[in-house]
Design a protein around this ligand. Structure first.
Ligand code: ADP
Ligand code: MG
Length: 269
């Protein structure tokens, strides 16, 4: 085993992913808890490089609304990433616990503003997240939003951004990706539209009994209406984020500063 690994006491398993586990750990002689994400490294050199990408990109991201990176290391065919523990859990859990009780609009706008600030920073670093969804957005014990899971992220206009057409989670994947066009910053905006819709309804905007019907609904941009008590600005924003043509969608920086919703979210900036 690795020497670095011996610096941490494992407290429990908090997440199970496709590549390995997320563990709650505590460095010996420290009281703060961290998350240690264990990723099985693939056999191929290119596979190993793309796994390392997650640690490299997360380490670069320094923003109040992005999970704080502590260190990463490799041992016995695994990559380990140690990061800030978000004790509030992920937004998906939060939505489930509501048991149908809708969030007030000011809470939604507060969270959404923080999500946008984190995403704006990512985009300014010329990075695309490519897997924005409620399960990859975390809350700290103080209720601060933190974007996490950079496992699908890539640098804008890098060969990888073009290489794999399908990334992400089906519910959140934008029409252009189903149309085999390259992933761009507006594809992240689409996914955040899905997250914002979920915050308002506790449901996915696009749902169907089959893959084919799901893709059809996404590519037509047809989703059930929002509850009417939310503001016109919020309704309008969601409509814009779900424009089929990525060029018609607002950028994150546009949402924060020049969109009709900006006057409602100013107080959270
Ligand atoms: P995967 O690539 O497998 O989706 P994630 O980084 O999303 O890996 O982690 C999997 C799960 O572990 C998350 O959905 C969440 O429930 C939990 N988790 C991951 N990182 C953290 C963190 N920093 N704080 C709290 N929970 C986390
Ligand atoms: Mg994840």
């Amino acid at each position: 085993s690795s020497l670095k690994m011996d610096c941490y006491t494992v407290l429990k398993v908090i997440g199970e992913g496709s590549y390995g586990q997320a563990l709650l750990v505590q460095p010996r002689k420290e009281s703060e808890k961290y998350v240690l994400k264990e990723i099985r490294l693939p056999k191929s050199q290119s596979g190993i490089q793309s796994s390392r990408n997650e640690a490299i990109l997360l380490a670069k991201m320094k923003h109040p609304n992005i999970v704080i990176f502590r260190e990463s290391f490799e041992a016995d065919g695994h990559l380990y990433i140690v990061m800030e523990f978000c004790a509030g859990g992920d937004l998906m859990q939060k939505l489930k616990w509501q048991k149908g009780l809708l969030f007030p609009e000011d809470m939604i706008l507060n969270w959404f503003t923080q999500i946008c600030l984190g995403t704006k920073y990512i985009h300014e670093q010329r990075v695309l997240h490519r897997d924005l969804k409620s399960k990859n957005i975390f809350l700290t014990d103080k209720g601060t939003i933190k974007l996490g899971d950079f496992g699908s992220a890539c640098i804008l206009n890098s060969p990888e951004a073009y290489a794999c057409t399908y990334v992400g989670t089906p519910y959140y994947v934008s029409p252009e990706i189903w149309d085999s066009k390259p992933y761009n910053n507006k594809s992240d905006v689409w996914s955040l539209g899905c997250v914002l819709y979920e915050l308002c309804t506790l449901k996915h905007p696009f749902q169907a009994n089959s893959w084919k019907n799901l893709i059809l609904k996404i590519c037509r941009g047809s989703y059930p209406p929002l509850p009417p008590h939310y503001s016109y600005e919020l309704h309008y924003l969601i409509k814009q984020m779900f424009k089929i043509n990525p060029k018609d969608r607002p950028s994150i920086s546009n949402i924060l500063t020049r969109h009709r919703v900006s006057k409602l979210i100013k107080k959270y900036l």
